[in-house]
Every structure is written in structure tokens, then in C-alpha cells.
Design a binder for this molecule. Structure first.
Ligand SMILES: Nc1ncnc2c1ncn2[C@@H]1O[C@H](COP(=O)(O)OP(=O)(O)OP(=O)(O)O)[C@@H](O)[C@H]1O
Length: 238
């Protein structure tokens, strides 16, 4: 029996070190279904390692990850993806020499109708005008959108985004933020987004998880997090 709060994802007592470096340190955190949750923290606080542990790219030294109550610790990445947990990477993983449409077709969608899935997600990210263009010719921000569309081809219930706003011009930052909001409201998806700029994601997120030294310092609404003394001192340098 679970007595604690159960989210769509529950990370419990998770740890992982690299040599002597404790990258994730007894981390317990959860993400509510159909929320947009931000994960912030200074460089090296364990954000990417946490994503890699959740998505099966890395194995933990101890602890577990539950997705909708199912223990997925130790599962292969493809099996976790098929279960409904998708992610993007810090560097958008797109094939420069392929058109946008071809990029989407490389993803094995669970959708019976591949053409329909391609149309649906290309138009969802508003890149249908570029369907036959090479991905290598897109701007950095458009490549982020294409990376999100590729992840959406898997029709995940939870999507993890690793710094989608990094290096993106300000106009597209707003477009990407609006897209994430639509993923929640129109598609009922849950979003967990990493950023190291608290300002960039405060207005977008319902809650922020603050990671410091591989563990959760606090999790609360952005307005509360911004006023927290520990965050102001240790992270914002205020
Ligand atoms: N493959 C690895 N080998 C050795 N050390 C690693 C490896 N991956 C991460 N680390 C170390 O673990 C710690 C956490 O790194 P991680 O990339 O998870 O942090 P982060 O919060 O995502 O940082 P950033 O904001 O810079 O992306 C860092 O000290 C990092 O050097």
C-alpha cells in the first residue's frame, strides 16, 4: 500500500555517483499528472542525470523510479518510452540531412496511421510550412520544436524536456512556452522541464523543483520558491 502522495512519476531515494562525484543524492520527488513542473538548479546539481535515470539511459546505484505506480527502475529506454514517457535532449536530436517529414517518419509511432501522426504533430508545433525543408536549415529554436514533435510521435503521457529554451531567440522562447501549455490543456499531457533560469520558466510552471547537490531543496509554486531564503542565497545569489 502506498501511503505517500503518488504522482505520474515518483522518484524515491534515488542515488547515482560517478567515481567520487555524487551526482544524484538520495533524491525523492514527484510530478503531478497534467502539471507543468519545472526543475531548476545550478550547473552540476544533477538535473540531466536525474532525467537519464528516469528514462533508463543510466542505472541508479540505489532507489527507484515509478511511473503511474509501476516500478520502471532498470527498464530499457525503449520500454520506458513505449510505456508513455518521452524526452528531449539538451542538444535537439534531429537529422540535419533529412526533411522535417522524414525526421518524424524515423520515429516508430504507436499510431496506426503514420501519415496522420506526421500531419498532426507537424501542425501542432506549427512547422507544417517547412515539411519538405531540411532540418539542418532550421533555426535553433525551430530544431527544438522539431525535437519535441519527434518525441510527440511516441504519444507520451509525460514529456521530459532538457533545457528547451537554451540558445533560443526570445520570440521563439514564448512560442515554445505556449506550445508546452497547449500540450497540457489540449492534449492532457504532463510536462517536466529543466531550466537553469528561474525567470524563464516561472510563469509557465505550476510548481518548481529546486535541485541542489543532487537532492530536492524544495518544491513549491514559483512565487513561493522565488521568495525562499535558501533559494535566494544559494541559487539566485540575492
Ligand atoms: N557521465 C558522467 N561522468 C562523470 N561525471 C558526471 C557524468 N555525468 C554527470 N557527471 C557529474 O555529475 C554532476 C551532475 O551533473 P548533471 O549534468 O546531472 O548536472 P546538471 O544539473 O544537469 O548540470 P547542467 O546545468 O550543467 O546541465 C556533475 O558534477 C557532473 O560533472
Amino acid at each position: 500500500m502506498h501511503t505517500r502522495h503518488m504522482g505520474i512519476i515518483d522518484v524515491v531515494d534515488l542515488s547515482r555517483s560517478f567515481g567520487g562525484q555524487q551526482a544524484v543524492d538520495d533524491l525523492t520527488m514527484s510530478v503531478d499528472s497534467e502539471s507543468i513542473t519545472g526543475m531548476i538548479g545550478p550547473n552540476g546539481s544533477g538535473k540531466t542525470t536525474t532525467f537519464n535515470l528516469i528514462t533508463g539511459l543510466l542505472q541508479p546505484d540505489s532507489g527507484r523510479v515509478e511511473f503511474r505506480g509501476t516500478d520502471i527502475t532498470g527498464w530499457k529506454p525503449y520500454r520506458i518510452a513505449n510505456e508513455g514517457l518521452g524526452r528531449t535532449f539538451q542538444q535537439a536530436r534531429v537529422f540535419d540531412e533529412m526533411t522535417l517529414e522524414e525526421n518524424l517518419r524515423t520515429v516508430e509511432t504507436p499510431d496506426d496511421d503514420v501519415d496522420e501522426a506526421v500531419d498532426r504533430w507537424l501542425s501542432f508545433v506549427e512547422l507544417d510550412d517547412h515539411r519538405h525543408h531540411y532540418a539542418g536549415n532550421l533555426s535553433g529554436g525551430q530544431q527544438v520544436l522539431l525535437g519535441i514533435a519527434r518525441t510527440l510521435m511516441l504519444d507520451p503521457d509525460l514529456i521530459l524536456l532538457d533545457e528547451p529554451f537554451a540558445g533560443v531567440n526570445p520570440g521563439l522562447v514564448d512560442d515554445i512556452a505556449a506550445l508546452l501549455e497547449r500540450l497540457r490543456t489540449e492534449e492532457g499531457k504532463t510536462v517536466l522541464v529543466v531550466d537553469h533560469e528561474i525567470d524563464e520558466i516561472s510563469s509557465l510552471c505550476d510548481e518548481l523543483v529546486v535541485l541542489v547537490d543532487g537532492h530536492q531543496l524544495l518544491k513549491d509554486e514559483p512565487s513561493v520558491v522565488r521568495e525562499d531564503d535558501r533559494v535566494r542565497e544559494s541559487y539566485l545569489g540575492l
